[in-house]
Structures are given as C-alpha cells and as structure tokens.
Design a protein around this ligand. Structure first.
Ligand code: SAM
Length: 290
C-alpha cells in the first residue's frame, strides 16, 4: 500500500476514533490539526482483530497462540467466573454478572490484561488502582497459568464520592474478585501511588506497568514519567482511561514513543518503553554511587 493510501486509512480510523470519543469532550475542544498530529504521528488506533498481533510484533514476540485461544482460556477459568459472580456479596453497587458478560469477551482487555501476560511471561508487574480487582484478577490468573510472576498493586481503597469513585470498599475487600488460589502471586500496597510507585519501581525490576488509579492529567503524567524513567528499555506501559485527557498522548509525543489502542476500545492504551541509543549510552534508571 502506498503512503497516501496508508494515510487515508489512518484518517478513516481517526474519524472513527473521534466518533468513539463522544464522551470525552477534550477531543472536540481541541483544534483538529492538533488531534491529527497526536493521532497520526504518535498514536495508532488499530483495526478490530489486528490489535494483539500488532502489539506482539512491536514487542518482538511471535505469539504461541492467537487471541481467540486466550479468550477461550479466560472464559473457561471457572474459579475466576465463580469469584466474579459472587462479587455482589462485597460490593452491592456493581452488577458483576453484567460486567462478566461484557468484559470477558473484549478484545483489547483480553489482549492487554491476559494474553500479553501469558505470552511475555513477566516476572514483575506493577499496577496502580485495584478497587474490586476486575482486571487484577485476570493478570493473576495468567500468572497462575504461567507458574511465574508477581503482581504488585498500589491502591487507596475506593470511597464513594472521592477520587472519582462511585463505590466504597474496605481495605479487606480491595481485590475481592481475585480467587484465593491466585493470591500467592499478589502483593497489595495500600497508599498513594505518588509515594509508593517510585519506591517500588526502584526496588523491583519491573517488566510491565499498568495505570488505573487517579485519572487527572497531572497524576497520569506523574505515573507514566516514573515508569518511563525507572523501567528498563523495551518494557511495557499500559494505561486505562487515556481519553479522559491528553496526558497519554502528550506523554508518548514528548518521548517520541508510539501509543497503540484498539478501535473497539480506544480508551485503553499501550506503549513500549523505547529509548534513543544515546540515552542508553549515557545511562538510564537510578545512578548508584559506589
Ligand atoms: C478505577 S479504580 C481501579 C479499577 C481496577 N483496576 C479494576 O480493574 O477493577 C481506581 C482505584 O484507584 C484508587 N486511587 C485513586 N487515586 C489513587 C492514588 N493516588 N494512589 C493509589 N490509588 C489511587 C481509587 O481509590 C480506586 O480504588
């Protein structure tokens, strides 16, 4: 396909993307040329069905299985299903059966929170924002199957009306959707990500970072930049709710990274922590004085 045709295809995707973003007014309040620049240069919204393969090829991994294999694996996880369907015992405000039926078939969620973990077999993953633990439980289910890995979760227990949360949970019920059998790979850290994230990133060699805590521009940029500065090259940064503001797009643009999301769920973004050779030569991470 020649370059012009490729651009037209991207503009079609971009139009579709804008259509999907109706709920997120910043896209409409931002000059079109600025959005075009963000989407066409630093972000790629991938067609349905292509997301997983393209993410895998950017990471440099030839997948052992197709995404449909992992969808079936996830759907056949009876422990996970049973724990989900009992979720209302802990949180009466959410309809877990509805969440199960909707979420467990979504391409971009299965790709980022399950198939990616199964294929890349990370040793350490950090997530910010756990609450009920919908997606936390998927990561742990994948690690359980891999028989490898540890998930470090940083979370302030949600309180209705605070930090954009609509439900409350006590500290003991954070992550109630994680089956008991998968908890040996889980380490919960209660507290503000502003304090705990840099600490844990320095103390651990983290393969994947996932943001799903406070979705203000300042906080998102803080978390992305911590991950960027404190993780090895070629590690993975994933973010939920990238359409709440321009933080993810500004982050990828300012570091000359490519953001990826799937057209069927453009609110979930991924980027690979790549560096220019000169940055690697000068040095990355924390400088240790001996
Ligand atoms: C959107 S919920 C997370 C949903 C979760 N990932 C899931 O899949 O079920 C956001 C969580 O982040 C917590 N949170 C908000 N600001 C935070 C901060 N600064 N540090 C740590 N956690 C925070 C909220 O209290 C809430 O528990």
């Amino acid at each position: 396909m020649n370059k012009r045709k490729e651009q037209v295809k991207d503009i079609w995707l971009y139009r579709h993307f804008i259509h999907m973003c109706k709920k997120h007014p910043w896209t409409f309040n931002t000059p079109i040329r600025h959005i075009e620049k963000l989407f066409l240069q630093h972000h790629q919204t991938l067609k349905k069905g292509a997301y997983f393969d393209i993410v895998m090829s950017r990471i440099g991994v030839t997948p052992e299985h197709e995404l449909s294999y992992y969808r079936n694996e996830l759907l056949s996880d009876k422990l996970l299903k049973d724990t989900f369907l009992r979720g209302s015992d802990y949180n009466k405000d959410l309809k877990f059966e509805k969440i199960y039926n909707k979420l467990f078939i979504k391409e971009n969620y299965i790709a980022n929170y399950y198939a990616l973990i199964r294929e890349t077999k990370p040793k350490i993953v950090i997530e910010t924002g756990t609450a009920d633990g919908c997606l936390t439980s998927w990561i742990l289910s994948a690690m359980h199957r891999n028989n490898l890995g540890k998930l470090l979760s940083i979370d302030i227990p949600p309180q209705k009306g605070k930090l954009t949360m609509t439900t409350s949970l006590s500290i003991n019920n954070v992550g109630h959707l994680i089956p008991q059998a998968y908890r040996d790979r889980w380490e919960y850290h209660e507290g503000d990500a502003k304090v705990l994230l840099p600490k844990l990133l320095i103390e651990n060699d983290v393969d994947i970072f996932i943001h799903d805590s406070m979705h203000t521009r300042t906080h998102m940029l803080f978390e992305y930049n911590c991950a960027r500065a404190l993780m090895r090259p070629n590690t993975i940064i994933i973010s939920h709710d990238i359409l709440w503001n321009k933080a993810f797009f500004s982050f990828t643009a300012s570091h000359n990274l490519k953001g990826l999301s799937c057209i069927s769920g453009p609110n979930l973004g991924l980027t690979i922590n790549k560096f220019e050779p000169y940055e690697e030569e000068i040095g990355l991470g924390v400088v240790k004085i001996t």
